[in-house]
Design a protein around this ligand. Structure first.
Ligand code: ARG
Length: 273
């Protein structure tokens, strides 16, 4: 899990518009610091032994560094994101990248935040809605990717994507699965569904979640995450995970963290019967 990732770069990262509450056009990233920050994240993935694929960012796409919203990928299939109009220009670049590598790419017929709202746990897909994803997408994801879909509604614009409210830490066979989540970010029926899974659930405070604590990439043994959220970092170490904490100050000006900058390419495919 998460041992093959698609990243872009921060060369054109800017705040040209405000489509989430963390973005302010008056607070721009420092271009050189943003590139260094993103490079450090990529280096951390490589140091953890992950394979990193690359799609260059386009000058007219200031949010393209956040590749997680491009699609959700399972095996050789991909369902493209259908983002807010401000980010639509990114999609043809991602579509082309995926199609050139032989992925069977399906367009989303409704609003869809890609992996931002679609976190795989084996054959189960935690599927966010309520902000950037139309719940009618759940049926599309179940059909096209053959996932069992668990809808989780995020409440409020701070949780505009599920990957700010829930993190998949470990799915492994043998070991119990581990998720982390911010209870205040989900509605009551969604909390009930999540808790009924019988997984080890780490609770994260709103304060740490707002600092992109849950926006992490875990391969089940190494967790690459933002710096400055010690409670979650400690809870992960207690469970035997190795934690690599990185500065995400510049990316946070766009409303994103580590998870937003990496589209997972190795979600296990559907098992043949
Ligand atoms: N500025 C970007 C947007 O609002 C950030 C996207 C972060 N992606 C994520 N998966 N949460 O679309």
């Amino acid at each position: 899990m998460n041992s093959e990732l698609l990243v872009s770069d921060a060369a054109h990262f800017r705040v040209d518009y405000e489509i989430n509450p963390y973005m302010h056009t008056s607070v721009q990233p420092d271009p050189a610091a943003a590139v260094r920050e993103h490079d450090a994240i990529v280096s951390a993935h490589l140091a953890a032994g992950r394979k990193v694929e690359y799609v260059p960012s386009a000058p007219e796409c200031p949010d393209m560094v956040f590749t997680a919203n491009a699609a959700v990928v399972r095996g050789d299939r991909a369902v493209l994101g259908s983002p807010p109009p401000e980010r639509e220009a990114e999609m043809p670049y991602f579509q082309e990248w995926l199609e050139e590598r032989g992925y069977r790419v399906v367009q989303a017929p409704y609003a869809f935040s890609g992996q931002g709202d679609a976190l795989a746990v084996g054959d189960l897909l935690l599927a966010g809605y309520g902000q950037r994803t139309d719940p009618r997408m759940h049926e599309v994801l179940a059909r096209e990717l053959e996932y069992e879909v668990m809808p989780l509604r995020t409440v409020g614009a701070r949780w505009y994507d599920l990957d700010l409210a829930v993190a998949v830490v470990r799915t492994g066979v043998g070991d119990a699965g581990v998720l982390a989540y911010c209870p205040r970010a989900l509605d009551a029926p969604s909390l009930g569904r999540l808790r009924a899974l019988g997984l080890d659930l780490i609770e994260v405070t709103e304060e740490e979640a707002e600092r992109f604590a849950l926006n992490l990439v875990s391969d089940g043994s190494v967790v690459t995450m933002t710096r400055g959220v010690p409670r979650l970092a400690d809870a992960l170490r207690e469970r035997g995970l190795r934690v690599v904490e990185l500065d995400t100050t510049e990316l946070s000006k766009g409303g994103g963290g580590v998870r937003c900058t990496a589209l997972t390419l190795d979600n296990p495919p559907v098992k043949p019967l």
